[in-house]
Ligand binder design. Structure first.
Ligand SMILES: Nc1ncnc2c1ncn2[C@@H]1O[C@H](COP(=O)(O)OP(=O)(O)OP(=O)(O)O)[C@@H](O)[C@H]1O
Ligand SMILES: [Mg+2]
Length: 219
């Protein structure tokens, strides 16, 4: 599903944020990306979602070399990847419902389909009752559920989460990870960057360990 071949990336042209990284994530797999702060976890995820381009190496997503994608193919690729961040990145002046519906509006779905899909996904993550609230009226855990709903509403084949529980306390962290586990159980390929060892211990999955831009082990 995802293949990195000898991928390197530097932001300033000197120090490499990631160097010569190779790994493979199979369809339907659940993988943790771990390592200390500054190791290159977010960089790898940004390369995966085409938010950065590699200086060297090749990245294949669902069998396609993303360096060779035409400009108009990039939105199609992005549609297949749901992304969740540590700081939720919700639009504060839009309701929960509108935050989730927005990506479907951009894709040009009819109002009826938007209502069905948005309602369904908000129910599935447990925040339907808050659909008319604004993000800042919700707890951190609820905001992350909304962000996950927004990632899922496009029926992605891959879910990428960058420290999804970094701003949440332990109880809420466990709830959010249980939700991500359910999403994985439904067939979605999942990549979670985290430096929280407790999560990995409680919910063991394959671990890719990054340190100083290099991959140390592929569990
Ligand atoms: N936009 C940027 N411009 C310049 N350097 C950057 C940029 N983003 C990241 N870096 C550098 O690239 C390296 C890898 O950063 P990255 O954000 O990928 O690490 P990380 O493993 O996600 O860290 P954290 O656990 O703190 O989120 C670091 O040395 C960082 O300073
Ligand atoms: Mg990071």
């Amino acid at each position: 599903m995802i293949q990195f071949y000898h991928v390197s990336k530097s932001y300033d042209g000197r120090q490499q944020a990631v160097s010569d990284i190779s790994f493979r994530v199979k369809k339907g797999e659940f993988v943790y990306l771990t390592g200390p702060s500054g190791a290159g976890k977010s960089t790898i995820l940004r390369l995966m979602i085409c938010a950065e381009t590699p200086d060297d190496g090749q990245i294949l997503i669902a069998g396609r070399n993303i360096a060779r994608l035409k400009q108009h193919d990039i939105p199609k690729l992005r549609r297949g990847i749901g992304v969740v961040f540590q700081d939720f990145k919700l639009i504060e002046r839009k309701t929960v419902y509108e935050n989730v519906a927005l990506s479907l509006r951009i894709l040009g779905y009819s109002e009826e389909v938007i209502r069905k899909k948005t309602g369904h996904v908000l129910k599935s993550v447990g925040v339907y009752s808050r659909k008319d609230s604004y993000p800042l009226q919700l707890s951190g855990g609820e905001q992350q559920r909304v962000a996950i709903a927004r990632a899922l509403v496009k029926d992605p084949i891959i879910l990428v989460a960058d420290e999804p529980t970094g701003n949440l306390d332990w109880d809420v962290t466990q709830d959010i990870m249980a939700l991500i586990k359910d999403i994985h159980a439904q067939g979605t390929t999942v990549i979670v960057a985290t430096h929280n060892r407790e999560i990995i211990k409680r919910m063991p999955k394959r671990v890719l360990h990054i340190e100083a831009g290099r991959m140390l082990e592929q569990g």
